[in-house]
Design a protein around this ligand. Structure first.
Ligand SMILES: Cc1ncc(COP(=O)(O)O)c(C=O)c1O
Length: 297
């Protein structure tokens, strides 16, 4: 497909159709379990199960069939499962929420719950995937295999709209010719760009690089004076820096950093999210952390 949101829409359609065609759920009763704090894109179905008022307000009425549960809680997922549940769909790490890393064992627990109940486990790797966390995919940190993933963004090195839903034949088979598509989905230019970007990822060892430089970034971030900082989460080349409420919100610091030539994003009022390019150098990390230190001071 083109945008990440379209890859997610494709995945949602596959989850539901698998539920009817393969699991035998009565039509149209399929339910998908999702997590609070999620960000999966901006289409009407997707924002319908967002818990962020900025995404949802005044865009309803929304698509039914989603159960929203607490992110990171296996108990909450367990309690939401019904005979009509076709899939659990979550981000392995929540990016827009501020690089929120779930408790250890969460993905493994989801895998076990889904397998035991004949439910698909589909992960949104659009932001976390393709090297960002120091693994090719974030789910590898827990050694599990999901039933499907969505990818986008880095699939073209951020250069061109191209996204995908990846899964097994057994699940993909629910799409027979003519029932799903897009004028520009899988167009030759996008595919050529994606193939080149994936070659760069492998040839330049960007996944390994993200792991190594991510550890360096973490050490540097943790050394910043803590006057205004509440918490730091860093995995690979991806970090959320939570500011104390008295710091007055993350956005002004992001603007100040922009003026110094460093782009990052405020999320949920008090968090600065850093997602540097995987080709960043150690010297550039030193420079970036210096800018952040100065701006916070
Ligand atoms: C996890 C996740 N899923 C989906 C999307 C949507 O991608 P796009 O903006 O390309 O539609 C994003 C974008 O930030 C994302 O972070």
């Amino acid at each position: 497909m083109n945008s990440g949101a379209e890859a997610v829409e494709t995945a949602l359609k596959a989850m539901r159709k698998w539920g009817y065609d393969k699991k035998g759920i009565e039509y149209p009763k399929a339910e998908i379990i999702v997590a609070d704090g999620n960000f999966h894109g901006r289409t009407t179905t997707i924002v319908g199960f967002s818990t962020d008022p900025d995404s949802t307000s005044r865009f309803g009425p929304f698509t039914p069939g989603f159960a929203v549960v607490e992110y990171g809680s296996l108990e909450a997922v367990k309690a939401a499962i019904t005979p009509n549940t076709c899939a659990v769909f979550v981000e392995p790490i929540q990016g827009e929420a501020g690089v929120v890393i779930p408790p250890k064992g969460y993905l493994k627990g989801l895998r076990e719950l889904c397998t035991a109940n004949n439910i698909l486990l589909i992960l949104d790797e659009i932001q976390s995937g393709l090297g960002r966390t120091g693994k090719l995919f974030a789910f590898e940190h827990e050694g599990i295999r999901p039933d499907g993933i969505t990818i986008g963004k880095a699939l073209s090195g951020g250069l061109y709209p191209v996204s995908a839903f990846l899964s097994s034949d057994e699940i993909m088979d629910v799409f027979t010719p003519g029932i799903h598509g897009s004028t520009y989905g899988g167009n030759p230019l996008a595919c050529a760009v994606a193939r080149a970007a994936l070659d760069v990822l492998v040839d330049e060892k960007l996944v390994e690089r993200a792991a190594e430089l991510g550890a360096y970034l973490k050490t540097k971030l943790e050394a910043i004076p803590k006057d205004k900082i509440n918490a730091i989460r860093c995995i690979g080349l991806w970090a959320g820096v939570d500011l104390k409420p008295e710091a007055g919100g993350a956005r002004k610091y992001c603007y100040a950093l922009k003026d110094r030539g460093m782009l990052c994003k405020d999320t949920h009022v008090n968090t600065i999210r850093l997602a540097p390019p995987l080709v960043i150098t150690k010297e550039q990390i030193d420079w970036a952390v210096q800018q952040l230190t100065e701006v916070l001071a």
